[in-house]
Every structure is written in structure tokens, then in C-alpha cells.
Write a protein that binds this ligand. Structure first.
Ligand SMILES: Cc1cc2nc3c(=O)[nH]c(=O)nc-3n(C[C@H](O)[C@H](O)[C@H](O)COP(=O)(O)OP(=O)(O)OC[C@H]3O[C@@H](n4cnc5c(N)ncnc54)[C@H](O)[C@@H]3O)c2cc1C
Ligand code: SF4
Ligand code: SF4
Ligand code: SF4
Length: 516
């Protein structure tokens, strides 16, 4: 039997329902569901007696007696109730309507639906994208409780923005919140998002998309790899094959962090038009060593981004611009494991940024032990390395040490455990060393100097990597000749996972939120 659904409108602009129409699949929706009430698309004005799902767009007008009565009646008649869009979930932009900025002359006080009746699903967004509305209705139809779980966190989804995350030291500076904000209320200052409250419309998009709000890692992992044929390892994640590799171009080898496989792979993908743009972590032009999200569309720009910048890079904050203002159709994302998590969550739950996820073509993950805020990194260099950032040309991690290379030729080696004092707090709960959700992961640990360890995970990664090898852009270490210490990679991953577990337990003791 088709589920009986009713779609109701309270105080709102109809944007969320127009977003539903914008899926282009409204006819299919009308076939899949037994639609009892939907004034925007059908004539019936009779309030149904029973429903499997009632969906409300809009906030409850607190002095609108009709609204209170309607939602209370419908709640009693419906097995499940969903609030759709920011007005319904948080009151959204209507929050600003107190104090004589009245969008409707007779009504100037609003509440979220969950304050009056029990709500089963909350889908924030102003408006939520057509993609997420379609997926929500599909999941409801299939009774896909695992997918729907993300919408059942009513309290969490009603938190209006990412301040909740930053206040609890959970932010890992992926930059996604800044990209999704529809009013440009967010900007990244030295890697961290800062909110301009006066232009925040409380849409909840930043909070919903944040990989540190709700992050169902196991479910996302399962979904990403459901059509892949991979091996699975407790410490390496899912993978198809593992290599040592390096770039063949001298210019890349000379400038790269280790083997330059990352740059060479991207170079090949640009040349062969598998991709037309790359989001990665470049360097600031003025502030020495400050990582900057960078859009690359040609080799000249690419070669400028080689090497590792060991501080937070909000790589994804230019994603919307890359896909919309720059009209890129096939984008590669180079990023740390946490950035890959943000991307995969966005792909599976694309609440924001309509028409962007279909432009993501390749996800290149970098291994990561931990990271620093820019100021903490500079301080660490000065206090532990006794060197000014301007006098260094390279920083690296290897054999349990953090290594700082000075322009005068010295190398300072500082044990990682000592350096940890300066790391960003949110890294301490991070369980992923090898970027387990990427298409292809690249690191230096495990490979000899001047080479990379490469873990190919998906068909997309395999296709690009093999083509880059065949195209002569990448050389792979021949069996036995270029050894790989994969046990070392596993060991470091194990250390990171164990540390994450411990830190998560510790946070729980203080009642501090954990994302996974
Ligand atoms: C914070 C951090 C910690 C890391 N920790 C480890 C580790 O513990 N063990 C390990 O084996 N490898 C680690 N890596 C990865 C390693 O430093 C190399 O990036 C990787 O081995 C690829 O080498 P390559 O020679 O192919 O890089 P290259 O060809 O030189 O390319 C490097 C790529 O990384 C991008 N990049 C540089 N800095 C950043 C940044 N801050 N954020 C996002 N992208 C960036 C560049 O834009 C470029 O695309 C870490 C990287 C970072 C950024
Ligand atoms: S983790 Fe990413 S999305 Fe979440 S608050 Fe930080 S920068 Fe924003
Ligand atoms: S900061 Fe932006 S994305 Fe976040 S709730 Fe406010 S308007 Fe929405
Ligand atoms: S340790 Fe984890 S959270 Fe921190 S930068 Fe690395 S991948 Fe991101």
C-alpha cells in the first residue's frame, strides 16, 4: 500500500515546497505516494482523517490560533510528522520578525513546530535542496531507517548554526559550512569559521552539513563502498590495491612533499580532462606558511600548490564558487581524512548547494596524523624548534618525529608526542589516518624517501591512477625493488584509532558532544 501523505503550509514563503517541485519528479512522487493533501499541486482541500506522513512547511504563528489547532489535529491523525525547511525547524528567518519587522502584518511571533507537537523528522535548510527532499521521500518510501536517522535528531537539527560545534572544540576546519551558507554569514579566519550573527537567517544548513555534528561513519562507509569490490583492513579501511609511486616529471619531484604522486595524478587528470578543476590546500601569498583553499585549473597553478602546509586549510569553502561561478563540471578535491568525511556526508546528505555534488569527480585523500591552527604551528616552531617560520622551507612527519627543515640546511626533529601539545583539539578524536573515504589515499609513511604510499580504494580512483601510470605521469615501484612498509602505516593508524577512542570516552565523561 502506498503511504498516505499530506503536505501542509504554515507561515512560510513556499520556497521549500517549490524546492520539492524543483526535483522534476513530482509526477513520480504523486504515483509513489497516496497524496491526500497538497494545496500547491492539487485541488483537494479536505483535511484527511489519517496519514502515514504529515509534512509541514513553515513556522507556527504563535498568535495564529488556526496554526496551533491544525498541527495538533494533524499530529493526532499522523503516524509520522516531518518539519520541512528552516521556518518549520528553527523558525529560520522569521526569528528576525519580532520587533516590528513583520512579514505578515497580523502575525509577528513564531515558533518551530517541535515546540508545539512531537516531530519525527526535521529537515532544515532555506530552502532544503531538491536533492535532499527527493532522498527523504525515497527513504521514507523504502523504510530506510538508517538513512532517515539523520533527520530524527530533532534537537540537534534545530540548533541553528555551527557555533555549537566551534564552542565544543569539534570544528576541524573543513570549510564546508562557509561554502553552504546561503547568506554569506560565515567566513574563515585563519582556518576557523566565524559567524556574523546579524545576517545569519538560522537556516541550520551549516550545522546539518558539518561533519562534526552528526557523522554516521559506518553508514557512510557502507554507502560509499556498496558497489565497490574491495578488501577490508581494520586499520587501512577498504581498498583495492596498494603501491609505492612517484611522479616522473622532474619539476614535480623537485617541488613536491615526497614523491609528488598527488600532483602528478592531478596533472594527468587535468591534461586528459577527467577533471577541469581542483580544490586543494595552497599557500597564502602574504602570510608565510598559512594554508589557503585554492582552486586550480591548469598546470601553472597546480605546481604552485605542491608541498605540505601543516596547518588548517578550509579547503571546501570555495566549493560552491568552483561549481557555480567558475562553471566547473568535474572537480577533484584534495584533502585530509576529515575533509573527505565532509565531502562524503555532503554527497549522501546534500541538504545545501543544489547541483553541486554531481560535479565531484575525484577525491584524493592525504594521510594525516594531526594538524594545527596557524598560530599554534608558528608558536610550536618557535618554542620547540627555536626557529622562525620565515627561516624554514619544509615541514614533514616521519619515523615518529615532526621535522622542520631550515633554509640554512639544519633539520630539527621533535617527537610527535611533544608536538601534540600544539595540535588542534578536534584532531584528538579523529579516528582516520589514511583517508578511508577517499577514492585514492596518498601519504609518505611506509614508502622510501622520495616516494609515496598509495592506497587505491574505488573504481574511480583506480581508473584515474592506472591511466596516469599508463600515460607516463606516475611511476610505480616495481615489486620488491621499492619496498613498502605497510605494517608501519597500520601501526600509525592503530595508534590514531586508539587515541580517538580514549579521547571520545573522555569527552563523554564531561557530557561533551561527540560526532561518532
Ligand atoms: C596536515 C597534514 C598532515 C599530514 N600528516 C601525514 C602523516 O602523518 N603521514 C604521512 O605519510 N603523510 C602525511 N601527510 C601527507 C603528506 O604530507 C603529503 O601530502 C602526501 O604524502 C602527498 O605527498 P606528495 O609528494 O604526493 O605531495 P605533493 O605532490 O607535494 O602534493 C601535496 C598536495 O597537498 C596539498 N596540501 C598541502 N597542504 C595542505 C593542507 N594543509 N590541507 C590540504 N591540502 C594540502 C597541496 O595543495 C597538494 O595538492 C599530511 C598532510 C597534511 C596536510
Ligand atoms: S567542521 Fe567544517 S563544517 Fe563544521 S564547523 Fe568546522 S569548518 Fe564548519
Ligand atoms: S550561518 Fe549561514 S548556514 Fe549557518 S544557520 Fe546562519 S545563515 Fe544558515
Ligand atoms: S587529524 Fe583528523 S581532524 Fe585533524 S586534520 Fe587530520 S584528518 Fe582532520
Amino acid at each position: 500500500m502506498k503511504p498516505k501523505v499530506g503536505i501542509f503550509q504554515l507561515a512560510s514563503c513556499s520556497g521549500c515546497l517549490l524546492s520539492h517541485l524543483d526535483t522534476g519528479k513530482i509526477v513520480q512522487f504523486m504515483k509513489d505516494y497516496d497524496v491526500k493533501y497538497y494545496p500547491l499541486v492539487m485541488d483537494s482541500r479536505t483535511i484527511p482523517d489519517e496519514l502515514d506522513l504529515a509534512v509541514f512547511e513553515g513556522a507556527v504563528g504563535t498568535i495564529e490560533k488556526g496554526h496551533m489547532k491544525l498541527i495538533t489535529d494533524i499530529r493526532q491523525k499522523s503516524k509520522k510528522v516531518a518539519s520541512l525547511g528552516a521556518c518549520a525547524v528553527t523558525t529560520g528567518i522569521l526569528m528576525h520578525s519580532a520587533g516590528n519587522q513583520m512579514p505578515m502584518p497580523e502575525t509577528d511571533a513564531f515558533l518551530p513546530i517541535s515546540e508545539i507537537v512531537n516531530v519525527d523528522y526535521a529537515i532544515p535548510g532555506c530552502p532544503p535542496s531538491p536533492e535532499i527532499i527527493e532522498r527523504f521521500f525515497d527513504a521514507f518510501l523504502r523504510k530506510d531507517e538508517k538513512y532517515l536517522q539523520a533527520f530524527t535528531n530533532i534537537e540537534e537539527n534545530s540548533e541553528i548554526n555551527i557555533r555549537y560545534i566551534t564552542q565544543r572544540a569539534l570544528c576541524i576546519s573543513c570549510g564546508l559550512c562557509t561554502a553552504v551558507c546561503p547568506t554569506l554569514a560565515l567566513s574563515d579566519i585563519e582556518g576557523k569559521p566565524v559567524i556574523r550573527d546579524e545576517i545569519c537567517v538560522k537556516c541550520g544548513e551549516c550545522r546539518f552539513q558539518c561533519p562534526r555534528s552528526y557523522m554516521p561513519l559506518d553508514y557512510i562507509n557502507e554507502t560509499v563502498f556498496k558497489d565497490e569490490s574491495t578488501s577490508i583492513d581494520e586499520y587501512l579501511g577498504r581498498y583495492m590495491s596498494i603501491y609505492t609511486a612517484r611522479a616522473t616529471k622532474q619539476e614535480i619531484l623537485k617541488n613536491a612533499q615526497s614523491g609528488g604522486t598527488t600532483t602528478a595524478l592531478l596533472n594527468y587528470c587535468l591534461d586528459s580532462r577527467i577533471i577541469d578543476g581542483i580544490l586543494t590546500g595552497g599557500k597564502d601569498k602574504e602570510k608565510y606558511w598559512l594554508a589557503r583553499s585554492t582552486l586550480v585549473t591548469n598546470y601553472e597553478e597546480l605546481i604552485e600548490t605542491t608541498g605540505t602546509t601543516y596547518n588548517l586549510c578550509p579547503t571546501l569553502n570555495i566549493l560552491k564558487d568552483a561549481a557555480t561561478s567558475n562553471y566547473l563540471k568535474n572537480i577533484a578535491i584534495v584533502g585530509l581524512p576529515c575533509v573527505q568525511q565532509a565531502i562524503r556526508k555532503l554527497e549522501i546528505y546534500p541538504l545545501s548547494m543544489r547541483s553541486v555534488i554531481d560535479k565531484l569527480s575525484l577525491r584524493v585523500g592525504l594521510f594525516c596524523t594531526h594538524n594545527f591552527r596557524y598560530n599554534a604551528m608558528i608558536k610550536m616552531m618557535e618554542e620547540l624548534g627555536e626557529i622562525r617560520a620565515e627561516d624554514t622551507y619544509k615541514v614533514d612527519i616521519g619515523a615518529g618525529n615532526y621535522m622542520i627543515y631550515s633554509v640554512s640546511g639544519d633539520v630539527q626533529k621533535i617527537p610527535i608526542d611533544v608536538v601534540r601539545e600544539y595540535e588542534q583539539e578536534s584532531c584528538s578524536i579523529c579516528p582516520d589516518f589514511t583517508a578511508e573515504l577517499s577514492d585514492i589515499s596518498i601519504g609518505s609513511i611506509g614508502a622510501p624517501d622520495g616516494w609515496n604510499t598509495v592506497i587505491v580504494r574505488t573504481k574511480t580512483g583506480q581508473k584515474a591512477f592506472e591511466a596516469a601510470v599508463q600515460g607516463g605521469y606516475i611511476e610505480i615501484g616495481k615489486e620488491g625493488k621499492i619496498p613498502i612498509d605497510i605494517e608501519l602505516v597500520k601501526k600509525l593508524s592503530k595508534i590514531k584509532k586508539n587515541r580517538s577512542k580514549k579521547k571520545i570516552e573522555n569527552r563523554k565523561k564531561y557530557n561533551l558532544k561527540v560526532p561518532f
